[in-house]
Design a protein around this ligand. Structure first.
Ligand code: MN
Length: 133
């Protein structure tokens, strides 16, 4: 068992190279036995690059609202309380809406492979309302 006390020694970090826009990450559980937990806050318009996770990723939206998008599909809206399971190897992006923040608790399993930036034209798919569910 490992108990992580508060945020001592692990300051919130601004994320850069694999994100578009201003994104803050709170390292809740530094990588342990292949599991990494971050509370990530996306400011309006901010999002990840395209990427995938070796053994999948669990997202729990804890504040605001935003979008998650599997490759080849329309973006899907997510809001507080929504839970997303991203299967191993599924290419996707996630981020805020244009006029909202979005904070999610992200539990990532295994390594994350980062790909190219989500182009503005791809992000603009949210303006059409995304996937009809
Ligand atoms: Mn992800």
């Amino acid at each position: 068992m490992q108990i992580v006390h508060g945020r001592a020694g692990r300051p919130v970090e601004q994320r850069g190279a694999t994100f578009t826009g201003v994104v803050w990450g709170d390292p809740v559980l530094p990588s342990t036995d292949g599991t990494t937990v971050n509370s990530v806050t996306f400011t309006p318009g901010a999002r990840t690059y395209w990427h995938h996770h070796e053994r999948g990723q669990l997202l729990v939206v804890t504040a605001g609202s935003g979008w998650v998008c599997p490759h080849g599909e329309e973006p899907q809206p997510i809001t507080v309380g929504d839970v997303v399971w991203v299967p191993p190897g599924e290419r996707h992006w996630h981020g805020a809406g244009r006029d909202s923040i979005m904070t999610h608790l992200a539990t990532s399993l295994g390594t994350t492979t980062w790909l190219e930036e989500v182009a503005e034209a791809e992000y603009a798919a949210i303006d059409a309302g995304g996937a009809v569910k």
